[in-house]
Design a protein around this ligand. Structure first.
Ligand code: ADP
Length: 396
């Protein structure tokens, strides 16, 4: 069938629309007033019966050709759960009005069809039929209700498309996170083994060759860097799927900071790190995760400063009951725009992209760890002068 008009059948207003549409088509075909009335009454009868039982009906009116002849046809498809049969009053009247009526069921749909043959005098041919189809496609809504219905269906379609798009991008995002997590795990194992062998080799050849020991030291340093990057990737994927977990313990913060800095100082031999403790302050934190925060801020302080410059770590007990740890460097600093974005995932300032290695994940993970501990993290900085990172945590 070449469909000319179509409408969903949900309520009484659609009944009016079905009637007007069938008159419109029959009139445009040039049928007599009597035939127009007969056809549109039959369409109204079958539409009414369907609307009484279900709101899933869809009416289509069009032309069907068989050889040289054309027939005017109306079909309604609806959910097969609708309980009616061909003896229902509306269908009974329709059968009296038009020569062909059928009610069939296939798969999950019921299909009602009425058809009347058209006289040759209408001189229908494929070109005329196509023109007619275009005419109906472009014709204006028959009433305000149809216009609202049309807008509604357009809105529904757009909403469905957007929901589908969102579903797809969420799926891609989930797969990406899963891939990063698996890939990081796979990469981490061989790196850890290489690092262990390097350390064994370093201790075995300590007295044999200075040159070899230096080379192994470099391999060890680069392996540590690689491990940190892989660990950051793993943490990001854990953050994405909400599986970052903490094991809090009671720590005295000054002691913790001093010890952690001592350990970190070994991987930052080119900068001096000075710690200024404060009065004792007890906190509940995950030791390893908090070390990770300090390590990230301190390695950044060294990475974005010249060699031999001082890095100052200060602990401060605040009247608010918090402890504030600040890390001050005298490095390249950053712009106001960067200050706003450095805690965002994958953010790296333009001026460091080509000059310093990194993935822009460290501060994103660090800020999540600090906020998960009920604290806050921020930066004060000026380009060319240096930066101060602050971490504030609630004390017992
Ligand atoms: P990475 O250092 O791997 O790029 P981070 O998340 O640790 O990632 O830092 C994000 C960005 O913040 C860095 O790329 C850099 O632009 C800026 N940044 C961080 N720490 C400093 C610092 N101490 N001085 C200047 N810029 C910094």
């Amino acid at each position: 069938m070449i469909t000319l008009v179509t409408t969903s059948l949900e309520n009484e207003m659609d009944l009016v629309l079905a009637h007007r549409k069938s008159i419109h088509v029959a009139g445009k075909l040039g049928l007599t007033i009597a035939t127009q009335t007969t056809f549109s009454t039959a369409v109204s009868e079958i539409s009414r019966t369907v609307i009484e039982h279900t709101d899933t009906g869809v009416l289509s009116i069009g032309l069907e050709s068989s050889g040289q002849r054309y027939a005017l046809k109306a079909t309604i498809t609806c959910d097969s759960a609708a309980e009616f049969n061909s003896y229902d009053t509306g269908f009974y009247y329709a059968q009296k009005l038009v020569p062909e009526f059928s009610l069939t069921e296939e798969r999950n749909n019921k299909l009602i069809m009425i058809r009347i043959g058209l006289p040759r005098s209408l001189k229908l041919d494929p070109v005329k039929v196509r023109l007619m189809a275009n005419y109906f496609k472009e014709s204006a809504p028959l009433n305000a209700y149809e216009e609202i219905k049309f807008r509604n269906s357009t809105l529904n379609r757009i909403t469905e498309e957007q929901e589908e798009e969102l579903r797809r991008s969420k799926l891609i995002d989930e797969r990406k996170t899963e891939f990063i997590s698996i890939a990081s795990h796979e990469i981490k194992t061989p790196i850890t083994i290489i690092k262990a062998y390097t350390q064994i080799a370093k201790s075995l050849c300590a007295r044999e060759s200075d040159e070899l020991r230096t080379i192994l030291g470099k391999v060890d340093f680069q392996t540590s860097k690689l491990l940190t990057l892989v660990q950051q990737l793993l943490d990001v994927s854990k953050l994405e799927n909400g599986s970052l977990q903490y094991s809090p313990e009671r720590l005295e913060m000054n002691e913790f900071v001093t010890e952690a800095v001592e350990v970190i100082q070994h991987i930052l031999p080119k900068n001096r790190v000075y710690v200024e403790p404060c009065e004792s302050a007890w906190v509940q934190v995950d030791r390893l995760r908090m070390e990770q925060v300090l390590s990230n801020i301190l390695t950044n302080a060294a990475k974005y400063s010249a060699e031999d410059t001082l890095i100052e770590v200060n602990c401060n007990r605040l009247p608010s009951g918090h402890i504030q740890i600040s890390v001050r460097d005298h490095g390249i600093g950053m712009s106001a725009a960067s200050m706003k974005s450095i805690f965002d995932k994958f953010y790296r300032a333009q001026d460091v992209v080509h000059s310093h290695s990194g993935l822009g994940m460290g501060l994103y993970v660090a800020s999540k760890i600090v906020t998960d501990h009920g604290g806050r993290i921020w930066v004060e900085s000026a380009e060319g002068t240096g930066s101060v990172f602050y971490v504030e945590l609630p004390c017992e």
